[in-house]
Design a protein around this ligand. Sequence first.
Ligand code: ADP
Ligand code: 5GP
Length: 194
Amino acid sequence: MRKRGFLVILSAPSGAGKSTICRKLLRLQKNLKYSVSATTRPARPGEKEGKHYHFVSPAEFKKRIRQRYFLEWARVHDRYYGTPRKFVEQWTRKGYNVLLAIDVKGALNIRKKYPDCILIFVLPPALRSLKERLLKRKDDRDSVHKRLLAARKEMKAIPRYDYAVVNDDLRRAINQIQAILTTESLKTHRGNYV
Ligand code: ADP
Ligand code: 5GP
């Protein structure tokens, strides 16, 4: 029987480059599936329904919470975000690893349910570059301010993660994450040698 896949969780202060890293990583790792979260926030320019997020109303999100549709959910920057349970379970059962780009609260909740998941924290080279990247992405100033405050708080959780990768040079960051995935897949407890 095929071995179950594992969960790879990327967290990062908003603007650190998590989405960019995920996009590139998914092209390189054929055994990796991306978990598309549901959110109540509006789509940003260029974001597509079902690809970046499932954009839902607050009422629909609440209904899904009641239906236990989410593996975890959290309120982040005044909006709701949640990971669909079925997607994660279906693909890991088939032997695929599943990539989740979620916040610190969500990551630590998932670890309670899946102790062998891998937690990777992506850091910006400096908080100043974070601000520049958020402005470049055309986030409004209020949202940039909120996200910078949150970044300081989120970075306190780094010691609870397995790995920290600095996204200074994008290619190097991707290479480092690929090295982590290779190493993790070779761990004896994952039993991929039988
Ligand atoms: P997040 O998903 O973490 O909020 P994004 O992936 O949207 O962040 O990246 C925010 C901005 O920073 C984007 O404009 C992206 O192109 C840019 N960016 C990502 N990685 C790097 C990098 N290593 N160097 C410079 N700019 C980057
Ligand atoms: P953004 O609005 O910038 O896409 O995401 C804001 C934050 O919400 C990021 O830290 C992102 O990782 C997090 N996030 C996205 N989807 C989920 C999810 O399903 N669950 C949790 N807990 N956080 C999420």
